[in-house]
Design a protein around this ligand. Sequence first.
Ligand code: AHG
Ligand code: MN
Ligand code: MN
Length: 339
Amino acid sequence: MSEPLGITVTNHVLSMQHRHEGARGAFTHLLNEIIMAAKIISSEVNKAGLVDILGSTGGQNIQGETVKKLDEFSNNLMIDRLYRSGHVAVLASEEDADPIEPPRGVQTGEYVVLFDPLDGSSNIDANVSIGTIFSILRKCSKGPEYQMEDLLQPGLKQVAAGYVLYGSSTMMVYTTGNGVSGFTLDPSVGEFLLSHPEIKIPQRGKIVSANMGYWDYWDENLKNYFRYLRTVTDTKPVYSLRYIGSLVADFHRNLLYGGVFLYPADSKDPKKPYGKLRLLYECNPMGMICEQAGGLASTGDGRVLEVEPSDLHQRVPLIIGSPQDVEEAVAFINGQRKE
Ligand code: AHG
Ligand code: MN
Ligand code: MN
């Protein structure tokens, strides 16, 4: 038999399922619903700029509703498709204050999914890359009903995590704990095809990504790290600053090229003592992907994946990327290094 022209993400999930003891069709079904949601969001994101031209009435989406704000649309779509799988015990979204209860009469299952339906949404109107992030866990409580403890599990318990990047192409990157694979959506056939097998992050990069606008809110240790990065020495290059303001896009670039992304504690800003990013919807899934690609994800205090969550919308500082860069950043942040 000749080689298939492309391995779809569904082919890939099925082949991984054979390797994983205990993995059954339920997981594939669940992931397929996320894939379908991603394709629909991608198509809506591509049309977003046309809404003003077509007018809101010309912009009927596939649900037959008038066009809603893209983040609300993406959130509703993820909820709808995930519950439709019949394998979900409970959902939580960055957009909803409380757990999203299963709709009455829907069949429930053993998986718990936490997601950020549209990350980087401030970039939508400027046609800049945005994304969707998801984290999949197994229900850990006994009994048919979900409990809060099912949602508040540390990142180490994730069985899968991934993101979709709506960029110059749409890409899906995911892990089930066995490495990281990337797929690019071929719009002509409507499938995500394996384009980046076994992604490995470089040990060290030359890119640093952080919102430097918050400089005055940072403590001296953190400032020392940035002073060090911009100093020319024989042992390291001067780092390039790259910051989009969409975690998915910033992380994805650094995953491929190497480097470090920081959303640190803005220590002197009373509104952001733990930074901005959410542990359950952003840091844990990105942390699992990064570690699976050979990188590190730290809060500055320890491994992101080991944080015991106490709140659904808890924020933690995030330092993520190439292992040598993250180790160096953490050493500065903790004051072990000054220069
Ligand atoms: P969201 O659009 O889901 O609220 O997330 C935006 C996040 C993240 O994508 C990005 O890294 C960060 O906000 C940027 O924040 P600043 O504007 O404070 O730099
Ligand atoms: Mn986000
Ligand atoms: Mn969001």
